[in-house]
Design a protein around this ligand. Structure first.
Ligand SMILES: Nc1ncnc2c1ncn2[C@@H]1O[C@H](COP(=O)(O)OP(=O)(O)OP(=O)(O)O)[C@@H](O)[C@H]1O
Ligand SMILES: [Mg+2]
Length: 252
């Protein structure tokens, strides 16, 4: 967990841009902040630049321009420090198929901490989050897609990082499992953990997020609480807000 002042933002994103190809921006001048204990979701359609932005903040992809500060540390100059404060769940992640679920959680817990007690604590929280019951002793290769996803989510959350970065956390989960994961995220946020999520399912994200950022064609067009945005655009839900935001601005 972080030792910094609680009023400070956990994440400050400052003008992040990415050009995979010269002159073509996948993400352009993206700036936003995530407070301690806050759940912030980047929402936008396929290809909007969510994963690109998230991967830059996760220190896995080099930014073309801009910077992001995680708990006071720059992704550009102190990426190894940043990695101590974050966990990252990729959108399409695999796990070691021949390991058992429990073996995987234990293996990852040892990577996150040198303390045996802490590792056990992480594994216990991980077990609680993934809710695999006895199946946790089975090999991951025998899990359904949703079961494997829950295990990976548990891995990303169990060490209670300052900031958990989850790219489409509930992708592939059924309604009940998705609801449980959302409740778990809210519970941990109430305890002070911060979350950066991404989703193209705007209705789903309306429930879980404190604030959202609407991203389209690499541009972050709006940020605010779902209630603020619905009020501002006089719409019933975030999907309708999104449509309004995108059509009311010309983005090339
Ligand atoms: N490795 C890459 N090389 C070249 N272009 C890329 C690469 N990764 C992504 N892009 C492009 O960058 C843009 C943004 O992609 P990104 O994966 O960030 O979108 P996304 O918002 O996460 O979409 P989705 O909802 O489909 O996951 C797209 O036009 C995509 O084709
Ligand atoms: Mg993506």
């Amino acid at each position: 967990m972080a030792e910094n002042n609680s009023s400070e933002a956990v994440l400050k994103v400052k003008g992040l841009s990415k050009q995979y190809k010269k002159g073509v921006y996948a993400s352009q001048d993206v700036s936003f902040e995530v407070g301690r204990g806050e759940i912030f979701a980047l929402i936008g359609p396929n290809g909007a630049g969510k994963t690109t932005t998230i991967r830059m903040i996760s220190t896995l992809l080099k930014a073309t321009e801009g910077d992001a500060i995680v708990d006071g540390h720059s992704i550009l100059t102190e990426p190894e420090k940043v990695r101590q404060y974050i966990t990252y769940l990729p959108d399409e992640a695999g796990a070691y198929k021949t390991m058992t679920g429990l073996g995987y959680l234990r293996f990852m817990a040892q990577i996150y901490t040198d303390s045996k007690e802490k590792a056990e604590e992480y594994v216990e929280l991980g077990r609680e989050i993934c809710e695999l019951g006895d199946r946790i002793n089975d090999k991951i290769g025998t899990y359904s897609r949703g079961m494997a996803r829950k295990l990976l989510l548990a891995r990303a959350i169990m060490s209670r990082p300052s900031l958990a970065i989850l790219d489409e956390p509930t992708s592939g989960l059924d309604i009940i499992n998705a609801l449980e994961i959302r409740r778990m995220i809210k519970k941990l946020a109430a305890q002070g953990m911060s979350f950066l999520l991404s989703s193209h399912n705007m209705l789903e994200i309306e429930y879980v997020s404190d604030r959202v950022g609407i991203i389209a064609k690499g541009h972050l067009l709006e940020t605010g609480t779902p209630a603020e945005l619905k009020e501002k655009y006089q719409k019933q839900n975030l999907e309708e807000v999104f449509e309004k935001v995108v059509t009311s601005r010309e983005i090339s």
